[in-house]
Design a binder for this molecule. Structure first.
Ligand SMILES: *[C@@H]1O[C@H](CO)[C@@H](O)[C@H](O)[C@H]1NC(C)=O
Ligand SMILES: *[C@@H]1O[C@H](CO)[C@@H](O)[C@H](O)[C@H]1NC(C)=O
Ligand SMILES: *[C@@H]1O[C@H](CO)[C@@H](O)[C@H](O)[C@H]1NC(C)=O
Ligand SMILES: *[C@@H]1O[C@H](CO)[C@@H](O)[C@H](O)[C@H]1NC(C)=O
Ligand SMILES: *[C@@H]1O[C@H](CO)[C@@H](O)[C@H](O)[C@H]1NC(C)=O
Length: 541
């Protein structure tokens, strides 16, 4: 049974830890999965698993330990944790209710916070910031290899495909079934540098997604290579964040409160060293000692970047199920954010929160979305923006001060989600913001892309403006020339999407940059509950 669950994890989600299991076992496992049809049978399966783990089939566990994470992982308890696991992996159980926890704050919000920061009239000229994400660079990408394989990524010389005739040869700059070749990343970085941004942000996921063969040596090498590539290609500052693929096994970040082994300390060491040239010595030291999070002022501004390791909140980080005891703030990430935002508030600075996984999404624990939202509400006057990646989609999220009354006046924070470089989820793209130099509000959000079906993609990819939020939708919302894209603007834009199908279809097409667009038509699109809109404007609760 133990083996069964493990491989089931693999089959259910390409993101999970993968163990070497033979084909015949795979069939048995699939059968076991077929019997696991609802919450109760999922809990039963975990019960069997626990029995195996407890009775200690040493040979089995030894085998799994050598190929998987750690025996600790299998000490699964039945209870709330198992319910969470069944929900996270299979969607069988309803997500358990949020565990109440009040995030501690050093002091209450001041009555008139950050009144020092206002925009002069007229506003000063905005500066440019570039937001790139999910590069997923495959150093084994091979031009001419099979691009139409059945694995989660292709364009590699996989050993088990040796000798097979090539049906679709991998091109020089990427393919929709593959992760990014180095050449594609270079091409994007050159295009970014040509825009002369004041700085750029990168919201994580460096490593390719052949998750079943990724190991610590590869992750370390991939992270170091991308750091060098950024340093070589960009003449502007960059503020990076860690992604769930930037560890080995993928998604594995053990909590310091429940596990003594530093299983991802190698990631923090590598990035502390690799990022120091971008973020400075103090922030690099924080990366090492704060499990990958840091904060740094953008040179010459009053804007503080708070870069957050979101992976301790990720449902697919299996280390989160190693105990039933509630762990409201694993590795002190929430406490670190609060500390840094308090520093910003006290110093009259504004802050941008950057991280990989957007809070409020289905694959983040509800507990953590709730706790993070408490921080957003407390520091809403200091937080001038939030920026994430992970979904590979061009999206946004709105936080409201009153979840049950979602109106423009209650919209307090806006999170931008950047599309990916990897061609596997649409035309490779990045976001560009025009930013007010006084308030650090976003005045415009634009997407640039390279079109994979354009002949130039195989020779020299062209990066062009896809759309500007302000130009395309500003007038539909009645946006004034001097106004920023405030949370209220984005709220009103969702009202436009409900009322105007043409505008909504533009948004829906943009999500994957015009490739493999999932139709969203003929349904009642209410602002809050429509199937298609819902995941793209799910509120942080
Ligand atoms: C890719 O392979 C599938 C079968 O595995 C086939 O149906 C499809 O037509 C192929 N695509 C291309 C572009 O050759
Ligand atoms: C884990 O890493 C932290 C930070 O580098 C260090 O303080 C701690 O001693 C390490 N723990 C173990 C068990 O190695
Ligand atoms: C949003 O819509 C409301 C109601 O129509 C309006 O009062 C408000 O000014 C709008 N705000 C923005 C920023 O568009
Ligand atoms: C609906 O949206 C489209 C595309 O943005 C725009 O051209 C059109 O004028 C809008 N229609 C109305 C009635 O506002
Ligand atoms: C990419 O190019 C193709 C053909 O050249 C065109 O049909 C398509 O609309 C373009 N996609 C985007 C997102 O511009």
């Amino acid at each position: 049974m133990l083996l069964h669950l493990l491989h089931v994890l693999v089959l259910i989600s390409g993101f999970l830890v993968i163990c070497a299991v033979s084909q015949s076992l795979e069939d048995q496992i699939l059968q076991a999965l077929q019997n696991t049809v609802d919450c109760d049978s999922c809990l039963d399966l975990l019960g069997d698993l626990q029995a195996v783990a407890v009775t200690g089939d040493d040979a089995l566990i030894d085998l799994l330990t050598s190929v998987c994470i750690d025996t600790k992982m299998f000490a699964l308890a039945i209870g709330l944790t198992a319910g969470k696991l069944c929900d996270a992996l299979f969607g069988f159980c309803a997500a358990p209710p949020v565990n109440p926890f009040r995030v501690p704050f050093p002091r209450a919000a001041p009555a008139h916070p950050n009144t020092a920061i206002t925009a002069p009239k007229p506003r000063r000229k905005p500066f440019t910031v570039v937001h790139l994400s999910d590069v997923h660079i495959d150093h084994e990408y091979t031009i001419g290899s099979e691009a139409n394989c059945t694995k989660s990524i292709c364009c590699r010389n996989f050993a088990d495909e040796a000798g097979k005739p090539i049906t679709v040869p991998a091109g020089p700059n990427g393919n929709i079934k593959c992760d990014s070749p180095v050449s594609l990343a270079n091409s994007m970085l050159e295009a970014i540098d040509a825009l002369s941004p004041k700085f750029s942000i990168f919201t994580g996921d460096v490593v390719e997604r052949a998750t079943w063969i990724v190991d610590q040596a590869e992750v370390t090498a991939d992270l170091m290579d991308f750091n060098s590539q950024l340093a070589a290609k960009l003449t502007v500052p960059i503020f990076p964040a860690l992604g769930n693929h930037d560890s080995a096994p993928s998604n594995a970040f053990a909590r310091s409160t429940t596990v003594t082994a530093n299983n991802s300390q190698f990631v923090f060491n590598t990035q502390s060293q690799g990022w120091e040239r971008f973020i400075g010595k103090t922030a690099a030291n924080q990366v090492d000692h704060n499990s990958g999070s840091y904060s740094a002022l953008v040179p010459g501004t009053k804007l503080r970047i708070v870069s957050v390791n979101t992976q301790y909140w990720y449902k697919q980080n299996l280390w989160l199920y190693d105990t039933d005891a509630q762990q409201p703030d694993p590795n002190g990430v929430l406490a670190f954010i609060v500390q840094q935002l308090q520093i910003a508030e006290d110093a009259g600075e504004k802050a941008w929160i950057i991280g990989h996984i957007p809070l409020g999404k289905e694959d983040i624990l509800d507990d953590q979305s709730n706790y993070f939202d408490q921080i957003v509400q407390r520091y809403k006057m200091t937080i001038a923006g939030q920026f994430f990646g992970h979904s590979h989609k061009d999206q946004f999220e709105i936080a409201y001060s009153d979840y049950s009354n979602q109106i423009a006046a209650n919209a307090v924070s806006i999170a931008q989600i950047a599309p990916a470089l990897t061609p596997s989820s649409g035309n490779p793209a990045f976001k560009v913001y025009d930013v007010d130099p006084d308030t650090f509000e976003v005045m415009d959000a634009k997407v640039f892309l390279t079109n994979m079906t354009d002949p130039s993609f195989t020779t020299r990819p062209k990066w062009e403006l896809y759309y500007s939020t302000r130009e395309l939708w500003g007038s539909l919302v009645g946006l004034e020339a001097d106004s920023a894209l405030t949370p209220a603007f984005w709220h009103n834009l969702t009202d436009v999407f409900v009322a105007n199908d043409t505008a909504f279809q533009q948004f829906n097409t943009h999500i994957t940059r015009g490739v493999g667009v999932t139709p969203c038509e003929g349904i009642a699109r209410t602002r809050r509950f429509a199937t298609c809109v819902r995941s793209d404007r799910k509120t942080i609760v």
